[in-house]
Design a protein around this ligand. Sequence first.
Ligand SMILES: [Zn+2]
Length: 257
Amino acid sequence: MDGAHPEPREHTLIAPTTDQWRLLDIQALDTRLSQIAHRERTLPEHAELTALQQRAAALGDELVAAQTVASDTQRELTKAEADVEQVRQRAARDQARLEAGQGGHKELESLQHELATLGRRQSELEDAELEVMERLETAQAAVNRLEAERDSLQGDIDTVTSRRDDALADLADERERLGRDRVGMIAGLDAGLLALYEKIRESTGAGAAMLRARRCEGCRLELNPQDLQRIRAAEPDEVVRCEECGRILVRTGESGL
Ligand SMILES: [Zn+2]
C-alpha cells in the first residue's frame, strides 16, 4: 500500500490555477444563495402566521357560536315581548269594559278577578322578559368582544404578512443580483472544472473549498499525511479533492503545504 503515490496524470482533471481560485468566489456566492433559500423557508414569520391563523380559525368558531347564542336569545326576547304585549292588551280591554260599567254585577266581578290574574301574569312575564334581556346583553357583549379580538388579530396577521412579504422580496432581490453576478463569474471558466464543481455541488451542497493550514475549509478536517503528500506531489493545475467531503480543494499560499 502506497497512499503517497500520485494518481496518473491522464486520469486527473487539469485546470488553470486562476480558474481554481475563482471557484472559491463562486462557492462563496453559492453558499450565500443556499443561505437565502434556507432563510426563505425558515423565516420566523412563517411560523408566526401559522400560529395566528390557527388562532383566527379558533376565534372564528367561537364567534359563530356566540352569534348563534345571541340570535337565539334575540328570538327568545321577541317571543317574551309578544307574550307581555298579549297580556297587556287583554288587560287593557278588560279595564276598558270595567270602566264602561256595562254588564251585570257578576260579569264585572269576573272582570276584576281576571284583571288581578292578568296583572300577576304580566308581572311574571315581565320578569322573564327582563331575564332574557340580561342574557341578550351578555351574549351581545361576548359577540362584540370576539369581533374586536378578531379585528385585532386580523391586524396582527396583516402586519406579519407584510413583514414576511418584505423579507421575501429583499431575499428575492438579493438572489437575482447574485444570479447576475454568477453569470459573469462563471463566464470563461474552464468547462471541465465548472462541470465537476456543479456535479459535486448538486450531490453534496458545496463544490469547492480552500485548503488552509492543511485543513479542508469545507469539512474542517485536517488532511492526513498521505493525502497531503499526494497533494504536494500534484502539479498546481491538477484538480485535487478532499478525500473526506469530496469537494475540490483549492490550494493557495495559505495551504500549509
Ligand atoms: Zn473536506
